[in-house]
Design a protein around this ligand. Structure first.
Ligand code: MN
Length: 416
């Protein structure tokens, strides 16, 4: 399903708010999107169409993946191998021009932000035959320049490092407004070069790609910005709000120089609200199958969720069908290993609805004895996004085994 087809489907399902009045890209549109808390299509942001909160809930993500919300994890785990196909033409080439970022509705999201930011730009890079696709926040420096936050040792960082060691620019294309499954695939940490194959696997059909002038192959998109990451040039990146809803540190990051821009007629720009549900779900949901598989190697796992209250990143709830009395703690260890940014994990039985925070709290209230069921792991590598992480990057992880003791027949829970 294309980006536009998905927006249409949201509208038909009554899940799309539409704003026809002119709205400013500076603070106003992001504030309205935040308040709306649902998918929203602006018809006139700096004269352009903008969609925000596209995948703002498990329901809309499930719609995109064509599966019920509670089965997202099964859909992700069962994706078979996929491959891509190169095509000659694309509607993305309808309007080709010199790069000029001032023509796009690039938004300033919060008042202390360093500059306007592209937040839904999939950066596709290619070097020595190896490609990568991932979303990076991109701060606008001028009409033709951006500064990208490249986290070590993520794949774009590695490809840029390799190119710059040879004194070469890294060719890239930034695709904005791509189909939701391919966007989701680009947010998933798959082996180097596999994002678009993974997208094809999730779609069940080969993803079509076309080549930019600089050789980078991109999927159908509303807007494509072509250029390269400079081998040495850096600029201050930030301040910018990350998934925890707090300002990230300002750092010197690599500069992107644009050479060309193309788009469809009357393109729909996609903006992801920083710290909004869409941002959090795209960051977190791809880890759920990884945790599921890891826990599945030590016990019978039923489901996994990275909870919204934990920014879809720092807190997991893992549902197991306990086989032996040590399963809870083994499950915790596997969850921490599978998602190294995970800070707290709660293990529950399969009668607990993991999508309902009250049910999870109920399990903690009625099945946890602190001296027996809590595992504290001090001084381990944490998430750089955790506001109480130590300066050296370490933190303390806590696992809570909220499963019932096996064989304890007292206090049976009533069921409806
Ligand atoms: Mn990658």
């Amino acid at each position: 399903m294309s980006f536009r087809a998905f927006i249409k489907r949201l509208a038909e399902a009554g899940k799309l708010m539409e704003i026809h009045e002119p709205v400013s890209p500076k603070l106003e549109a992001p504030a309205m999107a935040k308040k709306a808390g649902q998918s929203i299509l602006f018809h006139a942001v700096n004269g352009s169409k903008v969609v925000m909160n596209l995948l703002n809930s498990r329901d809309t993500l499930a719609m995109a993946l064509d599966t019920p919300p509670q089965d997202i994890i099964n859909k992700l785990i069962n994706a078979k191998d996929g491959s891509t196909v190169i095509v000659e033409d694309s509607p993305t080439k309808e309007v080709v021009s010199e790069p000029d970022l001032s023509k796009l509705p690039i938004m300033t999201h919060f008042d202390k932000d360093g500059a306007p930011y592209i937040t839904a730009g999939v950066v596709i890079s290619e070097f020595e035959g190896i490609m990568n696709a991932s979303v990076h926040r991109l701060m606008m420096l001028s009409k033709t320049e951006l500064v990208a936050r490249l986290v070590a040792p993520r794949h774009t960082y590695l490809l840029h490092k390799k190119a710059s060691e040879q004194g070469k620019p890294l060719p890239i294309a930034i695709a904005i407004g791509i189909d939701p499954i391919t966007l989701f695939a680009a947010c998933t940490r798959v082996p180097m070069g596999e994002e678009f194959n993974y997208a094809s696997a999730l779609k069940g059909a080969p993803l079509e790609l076309f080549k930019c002038e600089n050789g980078v192959a991109v999927p159908d998109a509303e807007i494509v910005l072509e250029g390269y990451i400079h081998p040495t040039k850096r600029a201050k990146e930030g301040p910018f709000v990350d998934i925890t809803g707090t300002y990230d540190l300002v750092r010197e990051e690599p500069v992107i120089e644009l050479t060309r821009m193309m788009c469809k007629e009357d393109p729909i720009y996609h903006g992801i609200l920083p710290a909004g549900n869409e941002h959090r779900l795209l960051m977190g949901v791809p880890y759920e199958p990884m945790i599921y598989k890891a826990v599945g190697s030590v016990t019978k796992v039923k489901n996994v969720v990275l909870t919204e209250g934990g920014c879809c990143y720092l807190h997991a709830v893992v549902q197991i069908e306990k086989q032996t009395e040590r399963d809870g703690k083994n499950a915790m260890m596997m969850a921490f290993a599978a998602h190294t940014s995970l800070k707290h994990v709660v293990i529950v039985d399969d009668d607990i609805d993991i999508f309902d925070p009250r049910e999870v709290e109920y399990a903690i209230a009625t099945r946890v004895r602190g001296d027996r069921d809590i595992l504290i792991l001090p001084h381990v590598r944490g998430s750089s996004l955790d506001p109480c992480c130590m300066p050296d990057g370490t933190s303390t992880k806590v696992g809570i085994d909220a499963t019932k003791a096996l064989g304890d027949e007292r206090f049976e829970r009533v069921t409806k």
